[in-house]
Ligand binder design. Structure first.
Ligand code: UDP
Length: 239
């Protein structure tokens, strides 16, 4: 379990539904190179989330719409399995999965040296096998490991983590219950070396002070998750 120590400004606050401290991540496990036929892959477990990512490419794109004369194009498909949630999810794309696919591609894009592969296509498939809140962040974190596993040149990894507001306190890494019952959810992705933010979404309401605190907390969470990404790649490819 990863515990991030930060200045405890929530002393005396109510405890969380799963007993975590306000700045504590759920247990996290990442494995790189789990699929034989993909160019790169990763499997991630984060709390109750189980996510598999496969990467193909860069490969020549024969589809005009996915060609860019000066760089590679990233196509991302985030998909939730029908059995991944309590109420069976209708198979196939919906508004939510299309939105997550789009923001995931945009969050990963700045880390990849796309200009090395004009007209090429990089395919990223994110399959959510079990969901428990925070799947877009977990998918981005796993996809970055799968891209590195595919040997795609990158200037940094991308790592994502949400923070939010639950019971009037700012907390890290919302569970499904916290996501649904909380006052705000703030998914953040960064490139950990530069600290550049590549995704920042916000659902709910936060005042300026809370927003700043939530972003700082999410960034700290990302930095801790980044170490687990690196360990997964070291385990696969040696030190
Ligand atoms: N969820 C669900 N059914 C759905 C979509 C989502 O039960 O059709 C759950 C799932 O656990 C997900 C959580 O609601 O992780 C929060 O979903 P949200 O849209 O906020 O995205 P996420 O937090 O997964 O990035």
């Amino acid at each position: 379990m990863i515990i991030i120590i930060t200045e405890d400004t929530n002393l005396g606050a109510k405890s969380r539904e799963d007993g975590r401290a306000f700045d504590e991540l759920r247990p996290l496990k990442i494995e790189a190179g789990v699929l034989e036929r993909a160019d790169g892959s990763a499997y991630l477990e984060f709390g109750g989330n189980k996510i598999l990512v496969a990467v193909y490419g860069p490969k020549e794109s024969h589809i005009r719409r996915f060609q860019r004369p000066d760089r590679a194009y990233i196509r991302c498909r985030y998909n939730m399995a029908p059995f991944s949630v309590d109420d069976r999810k209708r198979p196939g794309p919906d508004r939510r999965s299309m939105e997550i696919s789009k923001v995931t591609a945009e969050a990963l894009q700045p880390s990849i040296l796309l200009e090395k592969y004009p007209r090429a296509l990089i395919d990223i498939f994110i399959e959510v096998l079990e969901a428990e809140g925070g799947t877009r962040c977990a998918g981005i974190t796993a996809a970055s490991v799968a891209l590195a596993d595919a040997g795609i040149p990158m200037k940094d990894m991308v790592v994502a983590c949400a923070s939010g507001k639950v019971n009037d306190q700012i907390v890290l890494d919302l569970s499904e219950v916290e996501d649904k019952e909380g006052q705000a959810d703030l998914p953040v992705a960064i490139m950990p070396r530069s600290g550049e933010i590549t995704l920042l979404q916000s659902d709910g309401s936060l005042n300026a002070g809370e927003f700043e605190k939530a972003v700082d907390l999410a960034v700290e969470g990302c930095q801790a998750i980044s170490k687990v990404q690196q360990d997964a790649l070291k385990k696969r490819y040696g030190e």
